[in-house]
Ligand binder design. Structure first.
Ligand SMILES: Nc1ncnc2c1ncn2[C@@H]1O[C@H](COP(=O)(O)OP(=O)(O)OP(=O)(O)O)[C@@H](O)[C@H]1O
Ligand SMILES: [Mg+2]
Length: 113
Protein backbone atom coordinates (compact mmCIF):
# COMPACT_ATOMS: atom_id res chain seq x y z
CA UNK A 1 0.00 0.00 0.00
CA UNK A 2 1.06 3.56 -0.67
CA UNK A 3 -0.05 7.06 0.24
CA UNK A 4 -0.05 9.38 -2.74
CA UNK A 5 0.21 12.96 -1.50
CA UNK A 6 -0.12 15.72 -4.06
CA UNK A 7 0.27 19.48 -3.63
CA UNK A 8 -1.50 21.28 -6.46
CA UNK A 9 -2.75 24.71 -7.49
CA UNK A 10 -6.17 25.29 -5.87
CA UNK A 11 -7.78 26.17 -9.22
CA UNK A 12 -6.84 22.73 -10.59
CA UNK A 13 -8.73 20.81 -7.91
CA UNK A 14 -11.87 20.32 -10.01
CA UNK A 15 -9.84 19.01 -12.97
CA UNK A 16 -7.87 16.67 -10.71
CA UNK A 17 -11.05 15.38 -9.05
CA UNK A 18 -12.57 14.66 -12.47
CA UNK A 19 -9.44 12.85 -13.67
CA UNK A 20 -9.31 10.78 -10.47
CA UNK A 21 -13.00 9.88 -10.85
CA UNK A 22 -12.32 8.73 -14.43
CA UNK A 23 -9.51 6.54 -13.06
CA UNK A 24 -11.96 5.08 -10.51
CA UNK A 25 -10.15 6.70 -7.61
CA UNK A 26 -12.91 8.03 -5.36
CA UNK A 27 -11.47 8.02 -1.85
CA UNK A 28 -9.40 11.03 -0.88
CA UNK A 29 -8.67 13.61 1.77
CA UNK A 30 -8.37 17.20 0.60
CA UNK A 31 -6.86 20.03 2.65
CA UNK A 32 -6.06 23.67 2.13
CA UNK A 33 -2.39 24.21 2.86
CA UNK A 34 0.32 26.79 2.31
CA UNK A 35 3.63 26.06 0.71
CA UNK A 36 6.45 27.01 -1.59
CA UNK A 37 8.77 25.15 -3.89
CA UNK A 38 12.09 25.97 -5.52
CA UNK A 39 11.09 29.58 -6.28
CA UNK A 40 10.51 30.08 -2.53
CA UNK A 41 7.04 31.36 -3.40
CA UNK A 42 8.28 34.27 -5.57
CA UNK A 43 7.72 34.60 -9.30
CA UNK A 44 10.66 34.83 -11.65
CA UNK A 45 9.99 38.58 -12.10
CA UNK A 46 10.03 39.43 -8.38
CA UNK A 47 12.44 42.30 -7.74
CA UNK A 48 11.88 43.15 -4.05
CA UNK A 49 14.15 42.17 -1.19
CA UNK A 50 13.50 38.64 0.05
CA UNK A 51 13.72 38.13 3.80
CA UNK A 52 11.87 34.81 3.97
CA UNK A 53 9.93 32.34 1.90
CA UNK A 54 6.56 33.46 0.54
CA UNK A 55 3.94 30.83 1.38
CA UNK A 56 1.26 30.45 -1.29
CA UNK A 57 -2.19 28.87 -1.05
CA UNK A 58 -2.15 25.26 -2.25
CA UNK A 59 -4.41 22.23 -2.10
CA UNK A 60 -3.16 18.92 -0.70
CA UNK A 61 -4.63 15.55 -1.65
CA UNK A 62 -3.90 12.41 0.36
CA UNK A 63 -4.95 9.20 -1.33
CA UNK A 64 -4.22 5.76 0.10
CA UNK A 65 -4.14 3.07 -2.58
CA UNK A 66 -3.18 -0.53 -3.23
CA UNK A 67 -0.08 -0.99 -5.37
CA UNK A 68 -1.97 -1.48 -8.65
CA UNK A 69 -3.61 1.93 -8.23
CA UNK A 70 -0.43 3.95 -7.66
CA UNK A 71 0.26 4.64 -11.33
CA UNK A 72 -3.36 5.37 -12.33
CA UNK A 73 -3.62 7.77 -9.38
CA UNK A 74 -0.36 9.57 -10.18
CA UNK A 75 -1.25 9.75 -13.89
CA UNK A 76 -4.69 11.21 -13.13
CA UNK A 77 -3.25 13.89 -10.84
CA UNK A 78 -0.74 14.89 -13.51
CA UNK A 79 -3.45 14.92 -16.18
CA UNK A 80 -5.64 17.22 -14.09
CA UNK A 81 -2.97 19.51 -12.64
CA UNK A 82 -0.32 20.01 -15.31
CA UNK A 83 -0.09 23.26 -17.27
CA UNK A 84 3.67 23.19 -17.92
CA UNK A 85 4.25 26.35 -15.87
CA UNK A 86 6.19 26.69 -12.62
CA UNK A 87 4.12 25.86 -9.56
CA UNK A 88 2.10 23.05 -11.15
CA UNK A 89 2.78 21.02 -8.00
CA UNK A 90 4.45 17.94 -6.69
CA UNK A 91 3.53 14.36 -5.90
CA UNK A 92 5.00 12.30 -3.06
CA UNK A 93 4.53 8.51 -3.01
CA UNK A 94 5.10 7.04 0.45
CA UNK A 95 4.97 3.46 1.73
CA UNK A 96 1.92 2.77 3.90
CA UNK A 97 2.34 -0.15 6.34
CA UNK A 98 -1.25 -0.40 7.54
CA UNK A 99 -4.84 0.80 7.08
CA UNK A 100 -7.82 -0.07 9.28
CA UNK A 101 -11.51 0.50 8.54
CA UNK A 102 -12.86 1.45 11.94
CA UNK A 103 -16.44 0.20 11.32
CA UNK A 104 -15.54 -3.36 10.35
CA UNK A 105 -12.04 -3.92 11.65
CA UNK A 106 -10.86 -4.81 8.12
CA UNK A 107 -7.17 -4.17 7.58
CA UNK A 108 -4.70 -3.71 4.75
CA UNK A 109 -5.82 -3.80 1.14
CA UNK A 110 -9.40 -4.70 2.05
CA UNK A 111 -9.72 -1.62 4.20
CA UNK A 112 -8.38 0.66 1.48
CA UNK A 113 -10.41 -0.71 -1.40
N1 LIG B 1 10.67 19.49 -1.32
C1 LIG B 1 9.44 19.78 -0.91
N2 LIG B 1 9.04 19.47 0.34
C2 LIG B 1 7.80 19.77 0.77
N3 LIG B 1 6.87 20.37 0.00
C3 LIG B 1 7.22 20.70 -1.25
C4 LIG B 1 8.51 20.43 -1.77
N4 LIG B 1 8.55 20.86 -3.05
C5 LIG B 1 7.35 21.37 -3.30
N5 LIG B 1 6.54 21.28 -2.23
C6 LIG B 1 5.16 21.69 -2.12
O1 LIG B 1 4.59 21.63 -3.40
C7 LIG B 1 4.07 22.89 -3.78
C8 LIG B 1 4.21 23.08 -5.26
O2 LIG B 1 5.58 23.03 -5.57
P1 LIG B 1 6.08 23.56 -6.98
O3 LIG B 1 5.18 23.03 -8.03
O4 LIG B 1 6.29 25.04 -6.93
O5 LIG B 1 7.47 22.77 -7.04
P2 LIG B 1 8.85 23.23 -7.61
O6 LIG B 1 9.85 22.22 -7.14
O7 LIG B 1 9.11 24.67 -7.26
O8 LIG B 1 8.66 23.04 -9.19
P3 LIG B 1 8.43 24.18 -10.31
O9 LIG B 1 9.79 24.69 -10.66
O10 LIG B 1 7.73 23.46 -11.42
O11 LIG B 1 7.56 25.25 -9.69
C9 LIG B 1 4.84 23.88 -2.91
O12 LIG B 1 4.11 25.09 -2.73
C10 LIG B 1 5.00 23.12 -1.62
O13 LIG B 1 3.79 23.19 -0.88
MG1 LIG C 1 7.79 26.17 -7.82
Amino acid sequence: MKIVTAIIQPEKLDDVKAALFNAEVCKMTVSRVKGCGQQAGYSESYRGQKRSVNLLDKVRLDIAVNENFVKPTVDAIIKGARTGKIGDGKIFVVDLPECIRIRTGETGGEAIG
